[in-house]
Design a protein around this ligand. Sequence first.
Ligand code: SF4
Length: 342
Amino acid sequence: MADGTLRSGRALNAAGLIAAGRVREAESVARRYAVAVTPQIAKLIEPEAADDPVARQYLPDARELTRTPEERDDPIGDDAHSPLPGLVHRYPDRVLLMPTTACPVYCRFCFRRERVGHGATAMTAGEIDDALAYIADRPAIREAILTGGDPMILSPRRLGDILRRVAAIENVEVLRIHSRVPVADPGRIDGSTVAALRQRVPVYVAIHCNHPREIDREAARAFAALADAGVPLLAQTVLLKGVNDDADTLESLFRALVRHRVRPYYLHHPDLAPGTAHFRLSIEEGQALVRALRGRISGLCQPTYVIDIPGGHGKVPVGPSFRGENGALMGWQGSVHRGPAG
Ligand code: SF4
């Protein structure tokens, strides 16, 4: 846990991040959903700027206390696919492992906000043993994805121990870690962390990053430390109204990631997490943004735009399609052409 992490409305006010008039509102939100702003993120926030895209992701907002009828506690249906505590098995070839439900920061749009933060827990030794036995008993499982919570807030020794034990399972070919740490608390990415990622099988790190301003000098150093050690880096971005829902911002984010050797992987349509309606845009709006990016940035910079079907039915790409009527193909500038026959 980063020293100096701000966890209350009063602390945010004392740090100059919210006005005195917003403390009461922030405290009400913080009672419902955990608040954590690391010194790294606090430094990136421009308190005077209305609608600052970094602030919007991390500072509590009274709108979080309004829940719309379609929102769900478990928007992507983890529970329905969880045969054991801390393990989600949705697809035949891969599992999620959630060694901790704590994070360095608490994102205001988090799809697991009902389980991370307040009352955060770590898997017990027995639960980890059971999860590993479950994976070893199912040869179809080839990939284990450590998520949470944020696995990179575990000590390097503990993270390395879990990775080593999963990597030792014969059928596991690839490990992946989903983390906000390289952006939110980059000082944690040191030699011990990098050493913990050296395992019998490749360990991919998927960095959660939503705005180019999140990639400052410290984050860039953390990315470089991982890339220099040969760790394949991916990025996951959540498309968020008021944060990155314009083509210029997305272009600049994806270009910056690629410059720092991080391959944009998924652009997630926001999930139906409780109290997050103010972050959501329509799929049509998302498709229009992705279409606008097609001719502006190379394929290397283009993540797949996906949505998790509410209720746990998996993740699917949502376009946009470049096919018109009768098999026609649309160019990136909107021109229509005949596709190949057959
Ligand atoms: S780091 Fe990930 S799991 Fe944690 S609050 Fe942010 S989105 Fe949720």
